[in-house]
Design a protein around this ligand. Structure first.
Ligand SMILES: Nc1nc2c(ncn2[C@@H]2O[C@H](COP(=O)(O)OP(=O)(O)OP(=O)(O)O)[C@@H](O)[C@H]2O)c(=O)[nH]1
Ligand SMILES: [Mg+2]
Length: 364
């Protein structure tokens, strides 16, 4: 599968390229990683002539609060208005770690024959609330072609923080009487979302009281984020208002600084995953790495930024057996305290080659 072709097709708005794009970005096979870098290159701000125009919306909230049901309603309404939508749902890998506990979890409901909608669920892996790296890359790639790209994650706190790193807008979904979310907000455990949605408004006055309490808490914190009450079950209530609030938010957003910050943060975390704490130290620590990234062209895609970091730490990260001291760039050995930092564990020699070298092999 040629990454560059998929990238070009998405750039031209060919939504049929989206499923293969997701497959490629999710693949961990070494040749696919190189193709994925080529794909991202075709979708860089430099190649697009600006940021990908789609609105990347993070939807997060406690298990069972009604996120998927709400997304079903939103997708239906977006499609009725002629907007295209992709939803990347990050499923908690263990039932213990979250999810609607009573087994009444709703799937996002959509028409599989409609090319204007793409729904993809990915396992969150071992990290509760965490985003898989593929999810970030996928959201950025799909934003070149879809009007809206939603990332659904379960949880508040860490999940919300991670989503905020990649999303243009963060929506937190709570159900009526969510006292814990109110406390999280007040105590600062939870970052202030761009939009708060109280679901299940059909259940009665409790939803309205929750909306009022959350609104008061936000105002006390100096926030002007809207708080909406919706019912996602047919016939639905408040869905158009939510769509309008999202549209207004998108219209006032200055995408560039946000997306640039996100690409740099992502590049650093990918570099760190690949080369460990030692690799980061070779760049003068996180600060040194951030400084280096600030010096790079803002139009570069994430893999190119990772490659720039790799070039800046040549002793650490040149391919094994090509002049560097052995093992410098490979994951720390068994028993090393740094091993934890390399969640992919042992890799084949080809996999541990720097991303830059692999991208070049892909013929970029
Ligand atoms: N009455 C009512 N029930 C709702 C509404 N929205 C969702 N539900 C119900 O709440 C339960 C959980 O909904 P989901 O959409 O699966 O919630 P979720 O937040 O996606 O859950 P997880 O992905 O497991 O965290 C289901 O039984 C839904 O039918 C609503 O607006 N009104
Ligand atoms: Mg869900």
């Amino acid at each position: 599968m040629l990454g560059a072709d998929l990238g070009r097709r998405l750039r031209e708005g060919d939504l049929a390229a989206a499923p293969d794009t997701l497959n490629l970005l999710e693949s961990t096979a070494a040749p696919d990683r190189a193709q994925a870098a080529a794909l991202q290159h075709e979708l860089s701000p430099a190649a697009l002539g600006g940021e990908a125009p789609g609105h990347i919306v993070g939807v997060t909230g406690p298990p069972g609060s009604g996120k998927s049901t709400l997304l079903s309603a939103l997708v239906r309404r977006w499609r009725a208005r002629g907007s295209t939508a992709a939803v990347l749902a990050v499923d908690p890998s263990s039932r213990r770690s979250g999810g609607a506990l009573l087994g009444d979890r709703a799937r996002i409901d959509f028409d599989p024959a409609d090319r204007g909608v793409l729904i993809r669920s990915t396992a969150a892996g071992t990290r509760l609330g965490g985003l898989a790296p593929a999810t970030r890359a996928a959201a950025q790639a799909l934003a070149a072609a879809f009007d809206v790209v939603v990332i659904e994650t379960v949880g508040v706190g860490q999940a919300e923080t991670e989503v905020a790193e990649v999303a243009d807008t963060v929506v937190v979904v709570v159900q009526p009487a969510s006292g814990d979310v109110l406390q999280f907000l007040k105590s600062g455990i939870m970052e202030i979302p761009d939009l708060l949605v109280v679901t299940k408004a059909d259940l009665g006055p409790l939803a309205l009281r929750t909306r009022r309490d959350l609104g008061a808490a936000l105002r006390a914190l100096g926030s002007h984020s809207p708080v909406l009450a919706v019912s996602a079950l047919p016939p639905g209530e408040g869905i158009d208002e939510l769509i309008e609030a999202l549209r207004a938010r998108r219209a006032e957003l200055d995408l560039s600084p946000r997306r640039l910050r996100s690409r740099r943060a992502q590049a650093l975390s990918e570099y760190e995953r690949e080369h460990g704490a030692r690799g980061v130290r070779a760049l003068g620590g996180r600060r040194g790495a951030q400084e280096l990234l600030r010096g790079e062209d803002p139009g570069l895609e994430v893999p190119a930024l990772v490659a720039a970091l790799e070039r800046a730490a040549p002793g650490e990260c040149s391919p094994p057996g090509e002049g560097s001291p052995p093992g410098e760039c490979s994951p720390p050995g068994e028993g090393s305290p740094l091993r934890e930092r390399s969640p992919r564990g042992a890799r084949s020699p080809q996999q541990s080659r720097p991303i830059a070298a692999r991208a070049e092999e892909a013929g970029r």
